[in-house]
Design a protein around this ligand. Structure first.
Ligand SMILES: O=C(O)CCC(=O)C(=O)O
Ligand SMILES: [Fe+2]
Length: 364
């Protein structure tokens, strides 16, 4: 594999994960700027049982206060999760030259490579990823010409179950914003027909110096919600300085048969800033970790803006409507400043506003 290919995809040289000492290209600075703390006491990440009679209230509160929560009783069989996990092991264990046959092509979302914003960071992440949009069959055939159906079957099964779980979650989230059951279907993502999903399979190889590397640098997700399956801990969410403590990373516990739900940028926009698009990162340990991040957002041609008018909220809209691909384009240039670019800030005549108009034109 040429250096050019690896740099472009933010992939690794095959030997990288075996280094005894971490090369500069992978050693992150500021990793320990804020402490990592357990999810306990006032820093306990909400765990929500989907059969809880108080579900709507609990989800609304968790979206506002945390932007992340753990769900139990979600209805997806452990057996499906086990099969998903073994297919992920099978995928990432393939030789590098085989995985590169399905490397993400320029301008496409599906395939093997780094995360969508990995090129914005100066350092490499200690991870590999494989993104699935729609059917994985073309890629699976290239990876396993004679035996691709077991991979496709489990991906399809997981996709179906997780999409329907995602629709349930989005309904609960919209109900918590005060919409009625009937009103849900007027909202572009209220019905399953306008929804688009992207599945990211992630592998975080074991590292002998885990304190120097990062699996995923700090970021927010662009989607409305992300449903994360993880087979071990590593995910951390940022809690900013408050009455309890200075800024810290809260470790998301790996509870068997649960999922982690992250609120993304588009849900923050939709809720007119009420729901928190949580900043998160992935740390590395001495054992391999797998995760599957399932992103749910609107189809590419759907514009999403604050629902304030529909809901009759008193607060005027804080953001201009945006399409998912438009937001991704802005994020690929501005990273964590992307939402400022679509912010409506009539009082400001400063720098921020100039960026706004420039990037709004780019994605509109
Ligand atoms: O591996 C994880 O737990 C989360 C990955 C993630 O944040 C992402 O794919 O956006
Ligand atoms: Fe993420």
């Amino acid at each position: 594999m040429s250096l050019h290919t690896t740099q472009k995809l933010k992939l690794h040289h095959p030997e990288t994960f075996k280094f005894d000492s971490i090369p500069d290209s992978h050693a992150w600075l500021d990793l320990h700027e804020h402490p990592s703390v357990e999810s306990i006491g006032p820093d306990t990440i909400p765990v929500i049982d989907l059969n809880d009679p108080m579900l709507i209230e609990k989800i609304g509160k968790a979206c506002e206060e945390w932007g992340v929560f753990i769900i139990s009783n979600h209805g997806i069989e452990p057996e499906v999760l086990n099969r998903l996990c073994s297919q992920m092991h099978r995928l990432f264990a393939l030789p590098e030259e085989v995985k590169l046959k399905v490397a993400k092509a320029e301008g496409t979302d599906a395939g093997y490579g780094g995360g969508a914003i990995s090129h914005l960071f100066s350092k490499f992440s200690w991870s590999e990823g494989f993104s699935i949009v729609g059917s994985p069959v073309d890629h699976a055939q290239k990876l396993w010409p004679d035996n691709y159906s077991s991979f496709c079957e489990v991906i399809e099964e997981y996709n179906k179950a997780t999409k329907s779980l995602g629709c349930r979650l989005i309904h609960a989230i919209l109900l918590s914003l005060g919409f009625s059951e009937e009103e849900l279907y007027q909202i572009p993502i209220g019905g399953s027909s306008k929804i688009k999903t992207v599945m990211n399979l992630n592998s975080y190889p074991a590292c002998s110096n885990p304190d120097q590397v990062l699996g995923f640098p700090p970021h927010t997700d662009s989607a409305c919600v992300t449903i994360v399956y993880q087979n071990g801990s590593g995910l951390q969410v940022l809690r900013r300085k408050d009455d309890i403590a200075p800024t810290r990373w809260v470790i998301v516990p790996a509870v068997p048969n649960t999922f982690v739900v992250n609120i993304g940028d588009l849900m923050h926009v939709l809720s007119n800033g009420r729901f928190h698009n949580v900043v998160h990162r992935v740390t590395i340990s001495k054992t391999n970790r797998l995760s599957c991040a399932y992103f749910i957002g609107p189809q590419d041609d759907v514009k999403l803006g604050p629902l304030s008018e529909l809901a009759g909220w008193e607060q005027s809209p804080l953001y201009r409507p945006v399409k998912w691909p438009g937001l991704l384009k802005i994020r690929s240039k501005l990273n964590d400043k992307a939402l400022q670019a679509i912010k409506i800030d009539s009082s400001s005549r400063g720098e921020g506003n100039r960026i706004s108009f420039e990037f709004y034109a780019l994605q509109a």
